[in-house]
Unconditional design. Structure first.
Length: 423
């Protein structure tokens, strides 16, 4: 069978980018071990570094849309990120997005014909995409969260037509899928709760937990640590939070927690942030955070690195006193796994999904409470024994789910979807 995959190869996509690379790596290993299928990677970033090892005849890399005989202008259009352009237009010019009829599936005849010309019989979508149900091929699609249903008060999942856009993708993607992927049992429960009424059955939803990012090294040398410390002028000890500046990531309460620690405990740790500030919502959130830090007199304790290369992430984790991740969203999160991989203690949110993911390998705090976040930071900052215990529990917890197990589960899911397609 010829299987297509549409990965998100934008590093700015965060966890979705990491998940795409993990899935590609697992499929590559499967193909190398004698899988008889062929794979087509559909991307407009055909020269991406991560694709260098994917060679014919098993692997084929093709553009998302058929090349046009009209030449360069058409090729540039094919490579153009239309979705991103439209979002920027809405932000800049306050364009009101058109009303979406969520239950009216649009047709993509050009992509449909192109995918069939490539001989694709089954598609894999590591992230939800309208192509899944609009090109009318059997498919496996991952659903990482349904926060627009669970917490629509956050603008990043509801404002300016975002709720309707997400619901169009998730509702139709769920009910037309051959199989769906959830990151956890909690994620599966959410899919069934919201889309069971549209025909999604429990046996259609497969649990495929996250792994740490595939590009992270297994070990970090001291010269690499030194390089990164010098590059970013980092203090000897720091707290770490790699996350884009969405409101749900909750950076603001970390800043408030630092104020509480300074005023009440005379403890003044530095927090190191890294993540995108692009787009109206993220820019406004970042501005609020830095303004709060300045007004409270702790601006010198807040470092924002902006975009950080993949090569620098391992050294940043390995030297951090702890990961502080008081996010409002789950159900599970990749940075927790990455911190465990480097022996970095974890503070995270005492919320459904994350609670089950972390178990006893993290300190849990109410994400709405700066006081609880501050107390967790104080414990980590002042208790080396606790740090070592959390790091060890994290390693044990992570060892229970390996790349080999991810691959085994993914292969079983793909084989089941293939069987559906041949029934």
């Amino acid at each position: 069978m010829r299987i297509g995959i549409l990965p998100d190869l934008r590093s700015s996509a965060g966890g979705i980018y990491q998940y795409s690379l993990t899935m590609l790596r697992a499929l590559q290993d499967w193909a190398a071990d004698g899988c008889t299928d062929e794979f087509v990677i559909l991307t407009n970033n055909e020269r991406h570094e991560a694709l260098r090892g994917f060679k014919e005849p098993v692997w084929h890399t093709k553009p998302v849309q058929a090349p046009s005989a009209k030449g360069m202008a058409r090729e540039l259009l094919n490579r153009f990120d239309l979705d991103n352009f439209l979002r920027r237009a809405v932000e800049k010019f306050s364009v009101k997005p058109h009303k979406i009829n969520i239950d009216a599936v649009q047709s993509r005849p050009q992509h449909k014909h192109w995918f069939r010309r490539l001989g694709i019989e089954l598609m894999i979508y590591p992230t939800p995409h309208t192509f899944s149900f609009e090109v009318e091929l059997p498919y496996i699609m991952a659903i990482h969260d349904l926060q627009h249903r669970l917490q629509p008060e956050f603008p990043e999942v509801s404002a300016d037509g975002e709720w309707e856009r997400r619901e169009y993708v998730f509702r139709n993607g769920s009910r037309h899928a051959t199989l769906l992927l959830a990151d956890s049992e909690v994620g599966k429960e959410d899919i069934l709760n919201f889309y069971g009424e549209y025909g999604v059955r429990p046996e259609k939803v497969k649990v495929l937990p996250f792994l740490p990012a595939a590009y992270l090294p297994s070990e970090v040398s001291e010269p690499e640590r030194h390089r990164v410390r010098k590059k970013y002028a980092l203090p000897a000890r720091y707290l770490f939070y790699p996350a884009q500046f969405w409101p749900h990531k909750n950076h603001v309460r970390i800043v408030r927690a630092l104020v509480i620690l300074r005023d009440g405990q005379k403890i003044t740790p530095t927090i190191v942030f890294c993540g995108s500030t692009q787009g109206k919502i993220r820019r406004e959130t970042f501005t609020e955070i830095m303004s709060l830090a300045r007004q409270a007199g702790i601006a010198n304790q807040v470092i924002n690195l902006g975009y950080v290369s993949d090569a620098d992430m391992g050294p940043l984790y390995s030297q951090a006193a702890c990961l502080v991740m008081p996010t409002f969203f789950g159900p599970t999160n990749i940075p927790i796994l990455e911190a465990w991989a480097f022996g970095c203690p974890v503070i995270t949110s005492d919320i459904r999904g994350v609670r089950e993911q972390a178990g006893d390998a993290a300190l849990l705090a109410d994400p709405r409470s700066p006081e609880m976040i501050a107390e967790a930071i104080r414990e980590i900052w002042t208790d080396p024994g606790l740090c070592e215990a959390l790091a060890q529990r994290g390693r044990v917890r992570l060892s229970g789910y390996t790349p080999a197990e991810f691959r085994r589960r993914l292969v079983e899911i793909v084989e089941e979807a293939k069987a559906y397609g041949t029934c």
